[in-house]
Design a protein around this ligand. Structure first.
Ligand code: OAD
Length: 245
């Protein structure tokens, strides 16, 4: 059976579906990935911009870089792949999206069960106390704002290198994967841990695990690989109206 037909059959049969997304999910919306051609980590060094030490050393530089990314993301729109995942839910499928992306595009497309493993670029949190808030202002101040509670600096609410994932998000992701019949792994090189553990975990737990990527990772964690851009592939997997579980 052709891979696409096979995966459509699994989608039709699945009681619960988890979708793990990476930067490639947002590529067709015009948000740069990290490691591919044009990837952010080809131009910038993560240790200069995406660590607590970098922010401690030069908060203005880090803040400016995140402001630039916020501008790119604010100008981007969810694409047909994001919309297909949201529509799946509306058709009655139990879909949980576990994303490594910080851009909020899944939520903007209408997905309601989204776990943000690496935080959100729209969240600001204090380096010194527990204060945090969502702030969707596109053009934030040129310097990091100051915490209204303690006067500390506010930083982007994303997970940086060397930091732990938010524990509740990680627990909820493992649970979703373990309870799923089908796990779709979309647009990730699978090189960043612990997110990369989720595909093998799904396999161990008995889920069908499918990769969707124009440049497949070559990892052996998958039961099927759909080679191509997710904006084209996901709409083709959408169950016919009323046929979802
Ligand atoms: P990468 O930049 O490592 O990988 C992007 C993947 O998306 C590659 O496998 C591409 O082939 C694929 N891709 C490109 N266009 C695509 C499309 N249209 N449809 C589907 N796939 C496509 O991004 P991640 O694996 O998400 O972490 O990177 C993981 C983490 O590394 C990020 O969350 C970030 C980064 O450092 C933190 O900031 C903590």
């Amino acid at each position: 059976m052709e891979a696409m037909e096979q995966v459509r059959e699994w989608v039709g049969m699945a009681g619960r579906i988890t979708v793990l997304t990476g930067a490639g999910m947002s590529a067709e919306s015009g948000v740069p990935t990290f490691r591919g051609p044009g990837g952010l980590w080809r131009t910038f060094r993560p240790e200069d911009l995406a660590t607590p030490e970098a922010f401690g050393r030069d908060p203005k530089l880090v803040w400016e870089w995140y402001n630039w990314r916020r501008g790119l993301i604010a100008a981007a729109q969810p694409h047909l792949g994001h919309l297909a995942l949201a529509e799946w839910e509306q058709l009655g499928a139990r879909v949980t999206v576990v994303t490594q992306n910080v851009d909020g595009l899944h939520q903007r497309a209408g997905s309601t069960h989204v776990i943000e493993l690496h935080g959100s670029i729209w969240k600001l949190r204090c380096v010194a106390c527990r204060y945090q808030r969502m702030d969707y202002t596109e053009e934030l101040t040129p310097l990091p704002p100051v915490c209204p509670d303690c006067g500390g600096l506010l930083r982007p609410g994303v997970v940086w290198f060397g930091e732990n994932l938010p524990p509740m998000a990680w627990e909820a992701s493992m649970e979703a994967v373990e309870e799923s019949d089908l796990l779709l792994v979309i647009g990730t090189t699978g090189t960043v841990y612990p997110a990369a553990q989720l595909a093998p975990l799904g396999r161990q737990a008995g889920a069908r695990v499918v990769e969707i990527n124009p440049v497949p990772s070559g990892l052996d964690a998958f039961d099927a690989v759909l080679e191509g851009p997710c904006g084209e592939i996901l709409p083709q997997l959408l169950p016919a109206s009323g046929a979802a579980n």
